[in-house]
Design a protein around this ligand. Structure first.
Ligand code: AMP
Length: 215
């Protein structure tokens, strides 16, 4: 099964993605995670991507499309299926993905859009923290300020792009570009929506119902 999660920054894609890959055994393909790793490793790709990420802008299509094509062609992705998280974010990325999947004879089975009130997003993101080790996401409002991850003991940090100013730019990029994927996938795919304003457990219950109905 190949699954796509859509939703603005802070909609809860990362939190839900962790649960989905654990339960359904999918390969987690998060372009944000791949780019953050490249930045941390100081690779040329990371150095180029950082300029865009720090300002809340999207990294150029050709860069992310190349990363995704490489990942989906690996054997584990084809055997287990992929959870696309944070990709695509533009119509050209969606079109390139459609072609790349068709080339390897694979279908996109379901698209799940997590919808949240934009006003709630800035608060959610500025109070978000993440583990550098396993990627687990925390929120200071519910978890308090943690130094170490409750799962793996890794360092808990605030992403460089989780500041209020950058969040507003990311939301703008979502409105201008990524939101166009909702009508695109209602036409070209199997689009389902879940209400992301609920608790993470309730959102996940909605996603499970959708995924269990696929196939
Ligand atoms: P995320 O972790 O998905 O919130 O992504 C963090 C940042 O990485 C975004 O604000 C973009 O700068 C960049 N990024 C991640 N995925 C993409 C994508 N599919 N297209 C363009 N830029 C991306």
């Amino acid at each position: 099964m190949n699954v796509m999660l859509l939703g603005a920054a802070g909609a809860g894609k990362g939190t839900q993605a962790t649960r989905i890959v654990d339960d359904y055994g999918l390969v987690h393909l998060s372009t944000g995670d791949i780019l953050r790793k490249a930045v941390a490793d100081g690779t040329p790709l990371g150095m180029e991507a950082k300029r865009y990420m720090d300002s809340g802008a999207l990294v150029p299509d050709e860069v992310v499309i190349g990363l995704v094509k490489e990942r989906i062609s690996q054997p584990d992705a084809r055997e287990k299926g992929v959870l696309f998280d944070g990709f695509p974010r533009t119509i050209p990325q969606a079109e390139a993905l459609g072609t790349a999947l068709a080339d390897i004879g694979v279908a996109l089975d379901v698209v799940v859009s997590i919808e949240v009130d934009p006003e709630a997003i800035v608060t959610r993101i500025t109070s978000r923290r993440q583990c550098r080790g396993c990627g687990k996401i925390f929120n200071v409002a519910t978890d308090g300020e943690l130094e170490a991850c409750t799962e793996c003991g890794g360092e808990v940090y605030q992403r460089d792009d989780d500041t209020e100013q950058t969040v507003r730019a990311r939301l703008e990029a979502y409105e201008e570009q990524t939101s166009k994927l909702i009508p695109y996938y209602s036409e070209h795919g199997t689009l389902h929506t879940v209400d992301g304003n609920q608790s993470p457990d309730a959102v996940y219950a909605g996603i499970r119902d959708i995924l269990n109905g696929v196939g």
